[in-house]
Write a protein that binds this ligand. Structure first.
Ligand code: FAD
Length: 475
């Protein structure tokens, strides 16, 4: 790559959308440049999202197991189990560092040009990159893909300092275990990071504006999930709004909260407050207005999804991932990346938005794909339901980890799967076969008639499928 050479495509953003699109474009023979303002590749996901949060979830789960889960198996760890937070963070950084470096390696292997700097649109064929030292480079290109991702949404009255009032980014880097933590927002990020610090010893309270936690989750699964979290001593204040956060002289944070129904105000004190009330598209100084690129009222770039082009209203400029509509998930961004690049190379790109898995990596995990029972009911569809508890699965019992269930919802006439919902051990991994079945237009009978290894947790999936069409064997 020599400066000045016209590119087939320039991708702004090196997250799961951007870097995957860049590799795929190179594999399809395109000249491609990926512009990323961070020094490391991988975007939110690898640097401050999916990966560091899973590293801490894993470490804190190990700690909790060592502290509370070993004795009944006859295992003594000898002495008091302690946690060294700085060591835990160092291990987290090791996984993050290895993976971000890995993408650099993949870029080299696939001959993707990587430019570090802030990218902005000059016109539909030109991207300007401002480097850290202030120097600028312009890149001329046939096509541009915007993949600039998202940032934490702000909450009125609550100022983030990333030390005591933190977003997910600060919550991934706390230097010590806070005695008390208030999590504002009971969505995926809040529940995962709340779980991390709760396991490490914080008294965690989740304050949620809505009636329910976990967003668009099947209600039966949600009930089991929330019960499990309560058992882990996580408290919930539902239908409660946070109005204000103030730092007190002793460094603690005083929150003013309000019951949504009665408007009754009260106070809460916490050592650390995590603001996890959602994320918004990051398109600052990108040059959208200058080029007249349309956004919706939530600031998301509008693209043509219907025709599977992901093109904005400006021909030759495309957008994918967290900056467009749809679930803010790394794998959704990656699917769009592959599809848009295939489209650019004259192939047919495709994303099945009905089969995008959602996973919460707490313990138990929650994982689902497709419609919830409530959605199927609201749509007036006739359906069958089958459930199977992990308590009746031999592997879950031998692992002494048998909280939760698998649930299928399928069409009453055709048995085609409408949705699969799992709360329990390894739910995220177990969901894979359900997503595949849905992608193939499969039925619960297809899963029920597939031989599953014994003893595995996946037999719970098979049994729930059996239960949908008739009866489970082991329950
Ligand atoms: P991003 O990953 O946000 O990447 C965009 C990149 O563009 C960034 O690196 C940014 O620096 C760069 N950029 C922005 N503007 C410019 C510019 N003008 N010039 C140059 N570079 C620019 N999703 C999951 O699927 N599973 C999970 O377990 C999960 N856990 C999460 C946990 C947390 C704490 C958080 C915060 C998020 C989590 N997510 C998870 C969501 C996931 O991280 C995002 O959906 C995903 O990263 C979106 O990918 P993207 O490529 O669209 O954007």
């Amino acid at each position: 790559y020599s400066s000045g050479e016209q590119q087939d495509v320039v991708i702004i953003g090196g997250g799961p959308g951007g870097y995957v699109g860049a590799i795929k474009a190179a594999q399809l023979g395109m000249k491609v440049t990926c512009v990323e303002k961070r020094a490391t590749l991988g975007g939110t996901c690898l640097n401050v999202g999916c990966i560091p949060s899973k590293a801490l979830l894993n470490a804190s789960h190990k700690y909790e197991e060592a502290k509370h889960g070993m004795e009944k198996h006859g295992i003594s760890v000898g002495g008091e189990v302690t946690i060294d937070v700085s060591k835990m963070m160092a291990q987290k950084m090791k996984s993050v560092g290895g993976l971000t470096k890995g993408i650099e390696g993949l870029f080299k292997k696939n001959k993707v040009n990587h430019v570090i700097g802030f990218g902005s649109l000059v016109d539909k064929n030109t991207v300007e990159v401002t480097k850290e030292d202030g120097t600028k480079e312009t890149i001329s290109t046939k096509n541009i893909i915007l993949a600039t991702g998202s940032e934490p949404a702000k909450l009125n009255g609550v100022d983030v300092d990333e030390k005591t009032v933190v977003t997910s980014t600060g919550a991934l880097e706390l230097e010590k275990v806070p005695e008390t933590m208030v999590v504002i927002g009971g969505g995926v990020i809040g529940l995962e990071l709340g779980s991390v610090w709760s396991r490490l010893g914080s008294k965690v309270t989740v304050v949620e504006f809505a009636k329910v936690i976990g967003g668009n989750m099947d209600n039966q699964i949600r009930t089991t999930f929330q019960r499990a979290l309560k058992k882990q001593k996580i408290d919930f204040k539902m239908e409660t709004a946070v109005k204000k956060a103030e730092k007190m002289p002793d460094g603690k944070i005083e929150l003013t909260i309000e019951k949504v129904s009665t408007k009754e105000e009260s106070k809460m004190i916490a050592d650390v407050v995590l603001v996890s009330t959602g994320r918004k598209p990051y398109t600052e100084n990108l040059g959208l207005e200058k080029l007249g690129i349309q956004t919706d009222k939530m600031g998301r770039v509008e693209v043509n999804v219907k025709d599977h082009t992901w093109e904005t209203n400006v021909p030759g400029i495309y957008a994918i991932g967290d900056i467009i509509a749809g679930p803010m998930l790394a794998h959704k961004a990656e699917e769009e990346a592959i599809a848009v690049v295939e489209h650019l190379s004259g192939k047919e790109g495709h994303v099945n938005y009905d089969a995008i898995p959602s996973i919460i990596y707490t313990h138990p995990e929650v994982a689902w794909v497709g419609k919830t029972e409530e959605e199927v009911k609201d749509a007036g569809l006739e359906y069958n339901v089958g459930t199977f508890p992990f308590a009746a699965n031999s592997r879950a019992r031998t692992n002494d980890d048998s909280e939760g269930m698998v649930k299928f919802i399928s069409c009453k006439n055709t048995d085609k799967i409408f949705g699969a919902h799992i709360v329990g051990p390894q739910a995220g991994e177990l969901l894979g076969e359900c997503v595949l079945a849905m992608e193939y237009g499969g039925s619960t009978e297809d899963i029920a008639r597939t031989c599953h290894g014994h003893p595995t947790l996946s037999e719970a999936v098979k049994e729930a499928a059996l239960a949908t069409g008739g009866k489970a064997i082991h329950f």
